[in-house]
Design a protein around this ligand. Structure first.
Ligand code: NDP
Length: 247
């Protein structure tokens, strides 16, 4: 799966929602899914960034994407219900969701974590994905085979000092993935987590400002696993957390 090369029509006919599609790993995932023939729904906070990704996908001759500007911190259950209804009306089904959007916050000792920051990180990294998934599962069930992917982290399996709410939100994301995977075990929906590993993005740079970013894998380098898990080649994989990078 780490050497997976998607055929140009690997995801043809599929509609895939990517959160945090304007930057970093999500931006690259949207571009890669579109290059493999998918119609991608670009969800993110900053409209300008989403428009730039839209332009890039259209210029490459891939299927025309859709744009959903949404701040996951303020979004309510109603936003997700409306979004699910629109996707159903426009596309008839949803074949894939990549929950990728996330925020790091500021690395800080446990006793210094303030409640406001804690709640914001939990909202953006965890609660929004729960509400969105609740709304989208019935539309995903309309696809013959659909893939739900959450994004974890190394600190979502083994906590590291000062990673605070971010770390806890990723542990909880792993738990939520397992919960959904078990409930939908005998269905057409499979649910898994990807741990991207150290990847050259703004978030990584914020966490490790002194690091030489050029030594890191790029978002494009880690795409084989993303494409594999979105493709029908991975239909038997459910309830797993997979590393996008091999050691
Ligand atoms: P970036 O910071 O580069 O991108 C994060 C994306 O999430 C941006 O598109 C951002 O939108 C979006 N986002 C953040 N907050 C919100 C919000 N409130 N509402 C909507 N969208 C929001 O991060 P990465 O690409 O590095 O990270 C992607 C995922 O991978 C995250 O879940 C992260 O935790 C995980 N990860 C990354 C690792 C790495 O080394 N890079 C390692 C392990 C895990 P905008 O730009 O508009 O703010």
């Amino acid at each position: 799966m780490h050497n997976f090369i998607a055929k140009p029509d690997e995801l043809a006919g599929k509609t895939i929602l990517v959160t945090g599609a304007g930057d970093g790993i999500g931006r690259q995932a949207a571009i890669s899914f579109a290059a493999a023939g998918a119609t991608v729904i670009l969800l993110g906070k900053t409209t300008k960034k989403l428009e730039a990704v839209y332009d890039e996908i259209v210029a490459a001759g891939a299927p025309e994407p859709a744009i959903v500007p949404l701040d996951l911190n303020g979004a309510t259950k109603q936003h997700y219900t409306d979004m699910a209804n629109t996707i159903k009306a426009e596309f008839g089904k949803l074949d894939g969701v990549l929950h990728n959007a996330g925020m790091l916050g500021v690395l800080t000792p446990f006793t210094h974590i303030d409640l406001e920051t804690w709640q914001k990180i939990m909202q953006v990294n965890l609660t929004s994905a729960m509400l969105m998934t609740q709304a989208l599962l019935p539309v995903m069930a309309l696809a013959p085979k659909s893939s739900l992917i959450f994004t974890s982290s190394g600190v979502g399996r083994k906590a590291r000092a000062y990673w605070g709410a971010y770390s806890v939100s990723k542990f909880a994301t792993e738990g939520m993935m397992q919960l959904i995977a078990d409930e939908y075990e005998n269905s057409s929906i499979r649910t898994n987590c990807i741990n991207p590993g150290a990847t050259r993005t703004k978030m990584r740079n914020a966490a490790y400002p002194g690091e030489d970013q050029r030594q890191l894998k790029t978002p494009a380098d880690i795409m084989p696993l993303y494409l594999y898990l979105m493709s029908d080649q991975s239909c038997d994989i459910n309830g797993q957390t997979l590393d996008a990078q091999t050691k």
